[in-house]
Design a protein around this ligand. Sequence first.
Ligand code: DAK
Length: 255
Amino acid sequence: MTVKLTREGPYALLTLDRPEALNALSFDIIRQIDAALEQARLWDIRALIITGAGDKAFCAGADIKKLMGRSLEEQKRGAELGQVTFAKLDRFPVPSIAAINGYAFGGGMELAMACTFRVAGPGARMGLPEVKLGLIPGYGGTQRLPRLVGEARAMELILTGRTVKPEQALQIGLVNQVVEVDVVAAAIAFADQFSGYSKLALNFARDAVQRALSVPLSEGLRIEVDLSTLAYQTEDADEGMSAFIEKRIPQFKDR
Ligand code: DAK
């Protein structure tokens, strides 16, 4: 298997393990990522962390050697396969964090953008260089990048194919954190910030934020009324507010 799924305490760690090809995404690897997501969703975990094996790459993008010589229909199915899998990641039942340990190009950056959060190590380099190959992003890049960094910056990165380093990625909002140390350890520490909260509250909040940019403000505010009302109905909300009043640490049960 070129995709490995392991447990790290309360978290699942998904590792793309094809360092000899800089963890490039063949269609088979995308299917393996899909299967790993299906497996991990059955686990009792608080977050999913994704990284790449080796010290050079998170993922150098779609496997260019396998993209060629395919019919129009096969290419369309290939793009849909990646999009369906990355959408599963986007809607995964717990937050996900891309631990970007090196190159994250093309499909690799699209994989990172489908995660809830991104933590970049010192060697991280990010970009959507598809235009240099006469292509455009096919796994969600043209849609998720403007949502993360705004239209002007997304347009610039996609049309120039330019690479960004960690500090600039942080500055434009492409990554949440830049670290000088082991990026997986940093992603675990990042997850520790929210892993003690109610999964229900986290998911209601994620759902509301994710929908914010695709609906008009008035509809988004209605969504917030509905989701915040649902959150209020949970046992965890009772527990959280009781714990505050009783001056103790809440024990959330995801109910
Ligand atoms: N695909 C296949 N092999 C790759 C690869 C990739 N994306 N990236 C690297 N490799 C392989 C290299 O070929 C080399 O293998 P050997 O030649 O030794 O067998 C090995 O990994 C090590 O790479 P390098 O020798 O090149 O390593 P360097 O450190 O010198 O350079 C690099 C690292 C990341 C700068 C360079 O490898 C590079 O530029 N890689 C390509 C990056 C890239 O352009 N990525 C974007 C791919 S396009 C669609 C679906 C998806 C997409 C579009 C449409 N449809 C189905 C419609 C998305 C497209 C993309 O992601």
